[in-house]
Design a protein around this ligand. Structure first.
Ligand SMILES: [Zn+2]
Length: 378
């Protein structure tokens, strides 16, 4: 949800969303153990309706078609009484393990080039100029953002499988529909984990409380012992080897960095740690965007990526109609969707495919131009 959208823009989005949900009513992703999940809808009026439940897939799809929500969410937790508005009375039964990778936290170089501030007076400021009152930040998405997220997901998968023994077939990966990836683990053996255990997993994955002195002590004195390291120490050693081009024994590194290993280890850890949002993993009362539903920030879908390498989110998640729509764009950086490049635009009035118009309208940078008959479009 960005900026304040006008009536015409909301009507356009609502119509596009309705058409998408009708067209996909039989192929919408349904949460496993649906009857035990809390369901939440974000309405086009900007209200969050939580604590709903659906006994059957038909009930859920019926509610989606009836209400046409702007966002659809489901709880990572299972409850005895998921519709109970009192969290303490829901009767917690367990929860999937969830990870959120937000490209914003990865700071790819492209972010400074395409994100911007849109100000109330119609002016646009680059990100590097900093925030001003009356200006809102507009987050953009480009193929480099997706690649940054994909690399982080691959590192997370490696950790989950090799270090924590999570079965590959219990892991599902999704593009969020905006600028991130979600990784869900549905494993009976992990369902019972409480907040404390989930916090430890988040801590392990992101190395958020590591001690450089501890890693320094683990560095072997001789080359022959480098191969005995496993888990994080092995990854840190590999990062040191890549950076310095020598077998990273303690004496070799001390000779290179002048005795103080701390900065070298900090840099190696920064290069290998997985940057997740720890709150998402720890907070078991959270509701999560439902796969195949549309993301209100872009009008793109939360896309299942069965093959994270082959998955092409900026093509596959652009699921809204291609029917041209006339829009007035105030400002938009270059946008790459479905293999085509749109823009950059500045104060342009033009016809764009529906999924591009929906992206720009959702970002609050385009208005629908009504034809004389009152309807939008050609
Ligand atoms: Zn980018």
């Amino acid at each position: 949800m960005e900026g304040g959208l006008g009536e015409g823009e909301i009507e356009f989005l609502r119509t596009s969303y309705r058409e998408y949900y009708y067209r996909h009513s039989s192929s919408l992703w349904i949460p496993p153990r649906l009857e035990s999940r809390e369901i939440g809808f974000l309405t086009f009026e900007g209200h969050f309706k939580r604590h709903m439940r659906a006994g059957t897939p038909g009930e859920l799809v019926g509610a989606v078609l009836r209400e046409v929500p702007w966002g659809i969410f489901y709880s990572v937790s299972y409850y005895e009484d998921p519709g109970n508005p009192d969290m303490d009375e829901k009767g917690w039964l367990g929860a999937d393990l969830a990870f959120d990778i937000d490209v914003k936290d990865l700071h790819p170089a492209c972010m400074d080039a395409h994100d911007f501030y849109a100000c109330a007076d119609g002016s646009v400021r680059p990100l590097s100029d900093g925030a001003l009152p009356g200006c809102r930040r507009v987050d953009w998405v480009c193929p480099s953002c997706v690649e940054a997220g994909r690399r982080e997901v691959l590192r997370l998968l490696d950790l989950l499988q090799r270090d924590l023994g999570v079965r590959p077939d219990s892991i599902s990966i999704y593009y969020s529909g905006h600028r991130g990836f979600h990784v869900h683990v549905e494993d009976e053996g992990l369902r019972d984990l409480g907040r404390e255990a989930r916090a430890q997993i988040a801590d392990y994955v992101s190395l958020s409380s590591y001690d450089p002195a501890f890693f320094a002590r683990l560095l072997p004195l001789s080359e022959g012992h480098l191969g005995t390291l496993v888990g994080w120490p092995a990854r840190v050693v590999e990062a040191l080897r890549a950076k310095y081009g020598v077998p990273p024994t303690r004496p070799a590194l001390e000779a290179l960095v002048g005795g103080d290993l701390r900065a070298a280890i900090d840099a190696a850890v920064a290069a290998v740690r997985v940057r997740i949002d720890p709150q998402v993993t720890v907070d078991i009362s959270r509701i999560f965007r439902m796969p195949t539903s549309l993301n209100e920030k872009t009008g793109m879908s939360k896309l299942p990526c069965a093959d994270i390498i082959a998955c092409d989110p900026l093509t596959e998640a652009a699921v809204l109609s291609e029917e041209p729509v006339k829009v007035e764009v105030s400002y938009a950086p270059k946008l790459q969707l479905k293999g085509y490049t749109y823009g950059p635009y500045r104060r342009s009035t033009l016809k764009l495919p529906g999924f591009v118009a929906a992206f720009l309208v959702s970002k609050g940078v385009a208005k629908i131009v009504k034809s004389r008959g009152g309807a939008s479009g050609p």
